[in-house]
Design a protein around this ligand. Structure first.
Ligand code: AMP
Ligand code: TRP
Length: 332
């Protein structure tokens, strides 16, 4: 069976964009792939993290994934730092990947900003750790968004260079898995901006931890325009908020923008928002309460992650042993 590896950063404030753009897609992959889902705390510290917040966010992401339907018994869910094989393989890849390759990474340039001299070495080497995440499991497929495609290319280049430098065929070249219609959820306050955890206004997003009353309130306050909803896609041009709310309805109902337009053509926003709220509460409500249940039992989450890490290591240890032997590390 093909194996998926996917990583998610332990950042707080998981919102509808994270759910529709990432978490929900992973849940669906479980039917067709053997999945290794990893909360990448080691990647997170390439930028400063408050230690207590890092732990809390790790648990929050785990809770969200479990609540959304990740099956941590059949598949694997763990936090990266609990399997030291990632760091071990990353060091070997630090010695395989070339500085010139890393210099081309646009995410480093974005995240390091103007003061590059002051960025952590980890931020620069980040893509090598990501290659190690994937290749420590010989994963064949990696679900990635646009922003991570360049890193996956680098993982493929690294796998290939390792194979050719040592004259072996250890690593498969992992394939990107571009999932369905990429849902790009926009802010509820400004339909031209991405829904984001870093937006100052909490009214700009539906959080995965919002209860029914909060969902209700935020959607009621969501920005609209004075016109009724259009009867064709062309009618959405210049109406980013209308387009976004229809797209959210479409994603939550597993439909398309077209089915949403057909359903709400000519109706008023007030009317549409009522249905959208009902749908959002129906989909997010159960996830929200399950997530809260997990967060009230941190020991339960920790046990899931520990067991996941142990099972992850069962998969990565033989790969590491094989790689270390190829490289020439002596083992008695
Ligand atoms: P981030 O929180 O930005 O690190 O993103 C984590 C995951 O959620 C990534 O896979 C993103 O592609 C996805 N994501 C974040 N924001 C959105 C959004 N507004 N719409 C769709 N997907 C998103
Ligand atoms: N770099 C990814 C991000 O910022 C997270 C990540 C780490 C990842 N390791 C991975 C994604 C391996 C896919 C595969 O979103």
């Amino acid at each position: 069976m093909n194996r998926i590896f996917s990583g998610v950063q332990p950042t707080g404030n998981l919102h509808l964009g994270n759910y529709l753009g990432a978490v929900r897609n992973w849940v669906r992959l479980q039917d067709d792939y053997e999945c290794v889902f990893c909360i990448v705390d080691m990647h997170a510290i390439t930028l400063w993290q408050e230690p207590a917040a890092l732990k809390a966010h790790t648990r929050e992401v785990a809770a969200a994934m479990l609540a959304a339907g990740v099956d941590a018994k059949t598949h694997i869910l763990f936090n990266q730092s609990q399997n030291p094989d990632h760091a071990q393989l990353a060091w070997i890849f630090n010695c395989v990947a070339r500085i010139g390759w890393l210099n081309r990474m646009t995410q480093f340039k974005d995240k390091a900003g103007k003061n590059r001299e002051n960025a952590s070495v980890g931020l620069y080497a980040y893509p090598n750790l990501m290659s190690a995440d994937i290749l420590a499991y010989k994963a064949t497929h990696v679900p990635v968004g646009e922003d991570q495609k360049q890193h996956l290319e680098l993982a493929r280049d690294t796998a290939q260079k390792f194979n050719s430098d040592y004259g072996v065929e250890v690593f498969p070249l992992p394939e990107p898995l571009i999932l369905g219609s990429a849902t790009r959820v926009m802010s509820l306050r400004d339909g031209t901006k991405k829904m984001s955890k870093s937006d100052d206004s909490d009214y700009s997003r539906l959080n995965m931890t919002d209860d029914a009353d909060t969902i209700h309130l935020k959607l009621r306050k969501a920005k609209t325009d004075p016109l009724p909803l259009p009867d064709s896609a062309e009618g959405l041009s210049g109406r980013p908020e209308a387009a976004n709310l229809l797209d959210i309805w479409a994603a939550l109902s597993d439909g398309t923008r077209e089915t949403a337009i057909a359903r709400f053509a000519g109706r008023q926003f007030s009317d549409f928002k009522k249905e959208l709220t009902e749908l959002a509460v129906a989909v997010l409500g159960p996830i929200n309460s399950e997530m809260k249940r997990y967060l009230a039992e941190p020991a339960e989450i920790d046990a899931v992650l520990k067991s996941g890490a142990e099972r992850a290591r069962v998969l990565s240890a033989p790969v590491l042993a094989e790689v270390e032997d190829i490289v020439g590390f002596l083992r008695a």
